[in-house]
Ligand binder design. Structure first.
Ligand code: HMG
Ligand code: MG
Length: 302
């Protein structure tokens, strides 16, 4: 199959990226990051999550961040909602899309959201229904689709089982997530193919943490299947607080550089994206993890 000519990138940096940061990041800095991402041309931004502040303190200012962002027409702002309580808190903040997140492994489901896979689906069902009632699209994230920090190997059958459960409650989009970055291209294709059995190409995306340095290869493997939507995190920020040792998502800058080289359009201005990454890295007082960002910043400095 010919590679896609256009790819949609969802920057999850403000949520997945920042959720793991121990030092408090101010609401104003979070809103500024969103502003810089949309200036760089991002059309989809995962802004925050409506989860328990006891579990993820960094996201406690969720509603304030949603109120502080200066929205642009044509940009979709999404938030995570693990249950009705989260959805009810999110709704007045007017997200364009919500994300329910399940896991392909029982152990991770328990550690991350404190319930079994079956219980999580029961909790999501009314959330999906309420979102649809409010005209809000629902994205599903499927964690540990390529491996679990507690269970180890995760099979494509386990992935497909939860994909089907999410589909059965009306989840509109399936994001296949490699939470701990252990996937390799053929395994990723096998997992993606299971999602593609139940969702059309346009409603399947990849979410790759880059812990083992495989994320770009895995994205390329998805492009070979025609998958053309990916999550990425500016500056390579992040990790999951319930997956010890897992590093950030693949850096948006690195994905854009690769796609530019392949002649695949993203609508993103790489230089401005590097500015966004440099900004948040400055706030966090460290260099961006993104290799592309570092190279471009070194070139600018030289
Ligand atoms: P629980 O303790 O089982 O929930 O947590 P509960 O219903 O028994 O409630 C316990 C307390 O939490 C109560 O408060 C509730 O009000 C409160 P208390 O009476 O003790 O004061 N509570 C909430 N507060 C705010 N917002 C809510 C909410 N729900 C209950 N929505 C829960 C269940 C899901 C809430 C908890 O386990 C949680 O917040 N977990 C955090 C999960 C998380 O944010 N993980 C990281 C994001 S997922 C991710 O990164 C993976 C992804 O990137 C894909 C990938 O890479 O794999 C998406
Ligand atoms: Mg993640």
């Amino acid at each position: 199959m010919a590679l896609p000519t256009h790819v949609t990138l969802v920057d999850v940096g403000p949520r997945d990226g920042l959720q793991n940061e121990k030092q408090p990041v101010s609401t104003a800095h979070k809103a500024q990051l969103v502003a810089l991402l949309q200036e760089a041309g991002l059309k989809e931004i995962e802004v925050t999550s409506f989860v328990s502040p006891k579990w993820v303190p960094q996201m406690a200012d969720n509603a304030d961040v949603m109120a502080a962002i200066a929205r642009r027409p044509g940009v979709r702002y999404s938030v995570l909602t693990p249950n009705m309580k989260g959805f009810e808190a999110a709704l007045p903040t007017q997200p364009d899309e919500i994300v329910v997140f399940a896991a392909a492994s029982e152990a991770f489901s328990q550690k991350n959201i404190n319930c079994s896979i079956a219980e999580s689906i029961e909790r999501f069902a009314p959330v999906v229904a309420a979102a649809h009632e409010a005209g809000i699209k629902v994205r599903g994230a499927l964690s540990c689709a390529l491996g679990c920090p507690y269970q180890g190997e995760v099979s494509a059958d386990e992935v497909e089982r939860v994909v089907q459960l999410m589909k059965s409650i009306g989840v509109d989009h399936m994001g296949v997530a490699d939470t701990i970055g252990v996937g390799t291209p053929r395994k990723v294709q096998a997992a993606m193919e299971r999602a593609l059995k139940h969702y059309p190409l346009v409603e399947v995306s990849g979410h790759f943490h880059d812990t083992y340095g495989q994320a770009l290869s895995n994205i390329y493997a998805c492009l070979e299947l025609g998958v053309h939507t990916f999550d990425a995190s500016v500056a390579g920020l992040g990790g999951c607080p319930y997956a010890k040792g897992a590093t950030g998502n693949v850096a948006t800058e690195d994905v854009v550089f690769m796609l530019n080289g392949l002649g695949i359009d993203t609508g993103i201005d790489l230089d401005r994206l590097v500015d966004a990454g440099a900004f948040i890295s400055g706030v966090l007082e460290r260099a961006p993890v993104s290799r592309v960002a570092r190279a471009i910043l070194a070139k600018r400095a030289g």
